[in-house]
Design a binder for this molecule. Sequence first.
Ligand code: MN3
Length: 204
Amino acid sequence: MSNQFELPALSYAFDALEPAIDARTMEIHHDKHHAAYVANLNKALESAPEFFDRKIEDILRNLNSVPESVRTAVRNNGGGHANHALFWQMIAPGGAKKPAGDLAKAMDAAFGSYDAFIEKFSNAAMTRFGSGWAWLVLDGNGKPQVYSTANQDSPYSEGHLPLLGLDVWEHAYYLLYQNRRADYVKAFWSIVNWDVVADFFKAA
Ligand code: MN3
C-alpha cells in the first residue's frame, strides 16, 4: 500500500508529564489507543487507497468526499489519529505556561481574560457527556472559540483550526484519576505548552 498513515513517535519520554499524567497512561494511550486509530484508519481506506495521498486534516475537512461505506470509520479513526497527533504536541514538556503576545490578545478579546478562558474550557471538558474532547479553535472567521466534540469528531470537520485540545475519554485519565475528571482537567493546565499553541495560531 502506498502512503499508509503512520503513528507519529512521541517526542518525549512516557514519564515526562508526571505527575499530571502518569507514564503507564501515556504508554497505553500512545502505543495502544493512538496506534489502533491509525491501524483502523489504514484498514478503512484499503477500499479507497487514493486517500492515502492526502493529509488527514484535509480528509477530515471534506468527509463528504469519503465513500459512504467507510465514512464513519474514517471520521472516528481519522479523527482519533489527528486529535491525538495534535494532543501529544500540545502537552509536550517545556514552553510557556500561559498564552502571550498576539495569541493572548486574541483570546482576551474573545473570552475577556485568561481566567475566563480557563473556566470556559474547563467547563466544556467537564460537561462533555461520555467520551470526547474540549477545544480551543479558530473558527472560519479566525476568531477563537471554545467548545467540546463527541467521540473523535475533529474541529477540522467544522472548518475550524484546532489550537488546543484536551482528551476527556476515560482512557486518557482513568488509571491515575479514576472518575475524577475535574482533577485531570485541573492538572492539564500545568502541562499545556503554550509555545506550541502559539505556533498553531501563527500558522493560521
Ligand atoms: Mn485518547
